[in-house]
Design a protein around this ligand. Sequence first.
Ligand SMILES: Cc1ncc(COP(=O)(O)O)c(C=O)c1O
Length: 347
Amino acid sequence: MPVYVAGPPMAQDILKLASNENAWGCSPKAAAAYQQACGDLHRYPDSKYQVLRQALAERVQSPLDQIAVGAGSEQLITLLMSAYAGPGDEVLVSQYGFALLRIAARMGNAEVVLAPEAGLHTDVDALLAAVTERTRVVAIATPNNPTGTALSGAELRRLRSGMPDGVLLLLDLAYGEFGPQYALQTAHSMARERQDTVVLRTFSKAHGLAAARVGWAHASAELLAPVGRLRPPFPISQAGAAAALASLADRAWLSSSMGQLATQRETLREGLRALALPALPSHTNFLYVDFGSADAASRAGAFCAENGVLLRGLRMYGLDKALRATVGTGPESRRLLDLLTTWSQKQ
Ligand SMILES: Cc1ncc(COP(=O)(O)O)c(C=O)c1O
């Protein structure tokens, strides 16, 4: 089973652009709610997380029992996989789809089937062609990590309608806020309309609350029932749940942080292009940067690391000629571009 390699811990003077965290931090209202919860550190959280789930349910116009929460979306992915796929079953994922999807499938001893991609883009036809009688789950991250590419709402509908009814479609929308909003809405409509489609979201990326570990799932109550039985009683701290609730309500902060991110992403992409380092168009808060060869990518990654800037290598995906760079603030992007300029002058 492949091991999921998490980003390195933060250290002083190190600029970590390796974990797709939000460079603009989190909503001040979320931070205040987190701090306020310290007054109740001696209390267990509400194990139903009723208030947070109610707010999420309202956001996606669904009843409360169609929302589950977990310790990050990673926990929900793992629980769903272990509930729906086991030995002898196949879990279908896209060739360069988010690694955790296949790792979670392997944890339950299901067989992982990869559908080939065209141009680093999830290919709906290839996925449908790979469905067999043993397929139990089709798991897609859109927008996808590490490529940053996304399926449209129409592609999501086409994937679902081409799949047999009853086969679980797991849509990991960890970067949903950054991607096409119509696709996000389509995904939630599908979760409302059907018994066999689940949408996973997180507060770790756009909301900037990665340390709080809050993820959520939207699906029919029947589909989510095994998650309720398998999950630990208190997966999220009360402070984390309070921060997520406050962040959800602070729409102004989210939209301003999304705006800054989009501007910086395009500026960084432009700066990289000027260095002959093309990056894929991205629907996320990171860029997939093509260094032309595995050797160049590995040397550039090492040079940046030696100088305090951490990027993510993609060898575990077989994408050795690229590195993944989280979009930072203006000064952070400048630091990265200056380093890559020095590196490319040495080539
Ligand atoms: C596509 C995708 N899904 C899910 C996750 C898990 O996020 P979390 O467990 O913090 O919600 C990540 C984290 O990087 C991700 O990139």
